[in-house]
Design a protein around this ligand. Structure first.
Ligand SMILES: Cc1cc2nc3c(=O)[nH]c(=O)nc-3n(C[C@H](O)[C@H](O)[C@H](O)COP(=O)(O)O)c2cc1C
Length: 531
């Protein structure tokens, strides 16, 4: 079908009357809000992340949801390349392991990890594609193991430009329509799409309507333009998401994405955008508990830490333990080593004085812990990306606690004992930190300072002591420009020089916080980052 026949004309009116109506699909496939309700109306969404949103990470994030709310958390797979997924069994085996046979155990079709109905749902699989046949055939291979298939229309990287996918399809509406519509008509499960804001709200709305009219059941809007990446990531503009909410029919299911770094942000984003769900990527990688409500004061237990100023978060050592235990239980299918309870300063001192020094344990310890050898699934993405995840999680302490960094650098999927050793060293450092806090809490607190601006103000607001999961704050595009990490586009620079203007803005369409309605809390949020 020609796109021009099916794209509703752009409208300035409040759009409910020109609601995009995809053609009905034969059979019983659910669509749109009906489908969304059938999977539990998830409000919290783990973003698709290449090399990062694999099964074990999704499970770690899911582990923070109370069991009765488990369906409120939807997770996306990393983006898979549709043509490779369709054509190459080897690529599929490395990326996607819904059964043991997929993971390399020939003849064993029992359910294993990705999309496991008992533990890893709701779950969407994302593809990049530019050919409807590839998209459909790869989606067919994934469909038995997920709830929906998503089309990536947001990837802004050079590799996407080269391969003509992601955000570089956004000039080719005819192709996007055909990709989505083909799955809408022929795939037994729904198709969804994730895309970036366009140059104006009106254009973004028109784009969303086209995607919906092709048959997308759910749309995710990332509130940044294609140019907002790397040092130029800057602020996501939630007002675009609000605009779609206000101009699309209420039955349209919308997920909001961009700038959610902690639980409070997620709640603010739901409120400000009116979206059905909020998706997080960077925030989730720094703190996998981002979607879970902090425990009430007095019920912190051993895993959650709260300072005397009321600020807190899950302890990095606690999260590391959970992560390892998930790897043992689900991926390696072996018991985790027995562990002492996490340290609390209120523990009787004698329980901990006989500890050996993990820094000196390397030789004998590694020999003893044969249990950890991971020869069973050498190709597992869940093992392969552990170290990278942990470097991201440990960011608050990695530059100050070089012993933890060095131990992690030597850790690898070949031998779980290497990660166990890193855990021991980390736990010892956290213990020291907690003890120091007991004596000198002021060393770990930042006093309110209204003179702070840019990323420094954000760090003051979101920063926590090193033992607590917290977002990583990058410099603002303006700061990056000043530091020379970001170059102005040549044409723009020349124009400014000709006009005698100061280099006061980055070249692309980064919005200043004051232009953004409904963006998160403070102007200083400008410092936030994204992939
Ligand atoms: C490590 C990483 C990998 C990503 N991979 C994907 C991907 O596979 N597909 C996709 O649509 N977006 C991908 N993104 C973008 C995120 O899904 C998300 O749209 C973006 O980071 C903005 O959300 P945030 O502000 O919560 O980080 C990735 C982001 C990161 C940080």
């Amino acid at each position: 079908m020609a796109v021009s026949e099916s794209i509703p004309a752009p409208s300035n009116s409040s759009a409910v009357q020109d609601a995009p109506k995809p053609e009905p699909v034969p059979g019983k496939k659910l669509h749109g809000r009906e489908f969304y309700k059938s999977i539990g109306s998830p409000k919290y969404i783990v973003a698709p992340m290449v090399d990062r949103s694999e099964f074990a990470w999704r499970m770690l994030t899911r582990s923070f949801m109370p069991p009765e709310e488990s369906k409120l958390l939807l997770a996306y797979s990393p983006m898979f390349h549709a043509r490779l997924f369709r054509e190459e069994a080897g690529y599929r085996a490395k990326m996607f392991q819904p059964t043991r046979a997929h993971a390399g155990r020939k003849g064993d079709d029992s359910i294993y990890l990705d999309g496991n109905p008992a533990i890893d749902r709701p779950f969407f699989v994302q593809f990049c594609a530019n050919n409807p046949d590839d998209f459909l055939e790869s989606a067919r291979l994934a469909a038995p193991y997920c709830d929906a298939v998503d089309l990536n229309l947001g990837c802004p990287q050079g590799i996407a430009r080269k391969g003509h996918y992601g955000a570089f399809l956004q000039e080719d509406w005819d192709l996007i329509y055909r990709l989505i519509n083909r799955l809408h008509k022929e795939l037994p499960i729904p198709v969804t799409a994730k895309f970036r804001i366009q140059e104006s709200k009106e254009k973004t709305l028109e784009y969303a309507k086209m995607i919906l009219s092709a048959g997308a059941s759910i749309i995710t809007l990332h509130g940044r333009t294609r140019e907002q990446k790397g040092h130029n990531t800057g602020l996501a503009d939630w007002s675009y998401i609000r605009y779609l909410r206000d101009h699309l029919p209420p039955e349209t299911v919308i997920f909001a994405n961009g700038n959610n770094l902690n639980y409070d942000d997620v709640q603010r984003c739901l409120e400000a955008t009116g979206a059905d769900g909020v998706m997080s990527a960077e925030g989730n990688l720094s703190d996998p508990s981002i979607f879970s409500k902090p425990p009430p004061v007095g019920s912190e237990g051993r895993e959650y830490w709260r300072g005397r100023d009321g600020k807190g978060g899950y302890r990095i050592d606690a999260v590391f333990r959970r992560y390892l235990d998930i790897i043992y239980k689900y991926v390696l299918e072996k018991p985790a080593p027995e562990r002492k309870p996490l340290y609390l300063p209120s523990d009787p001192e004698e329980e901990h004085i006989t500890e050996s020094d993990p820094d000196e344990e390397e030789g004998p310890q590694r020999k003893k812990q044969k249990r950890g050898k991971t020869e069973t699934y050498p190709n597992s993405p869940n093992l392969k990306f552990m170290q990278a995840h942990l470097f991201q999680l440990f960011r608050p302490l990695i530059s100050t606690h070089t012993n933890v960094r060095d131990a992690l650098a030597k850790s690898g999927p070949h031998d779980m004992a290497t990660f166990e050793r890193t855990l021991s060293i980390l736990e010892r450092e956290v213990k020291k930190g907690l003890k120091e806090y007991e004596q000198f809490p002021e060393r770990f607190e930042s006093k309110p300072d209204p003179s702070l601006t840019g990323s420094k103000a954000i760090i003051a607001e979101y920063g926590r002591p090193f033992w607590v999961c917290q977002p990583h704050i990058r410099p603002t595009p303006e700061e990056a420009l000043e530091a020379g990490a970001l170059q102005e586009k040549k044409g723009e620079k020349k124009k400014k020089q000709e006009n005698g203007e100061a280099l006061d803005k980055v070249a692309t369409s980064v919005k200043s916080p004051t232009e953004s309605v409904n963006t998160p809390t403070t102007a200083a949020k400008d410092a936030l980052l994204s992939g």
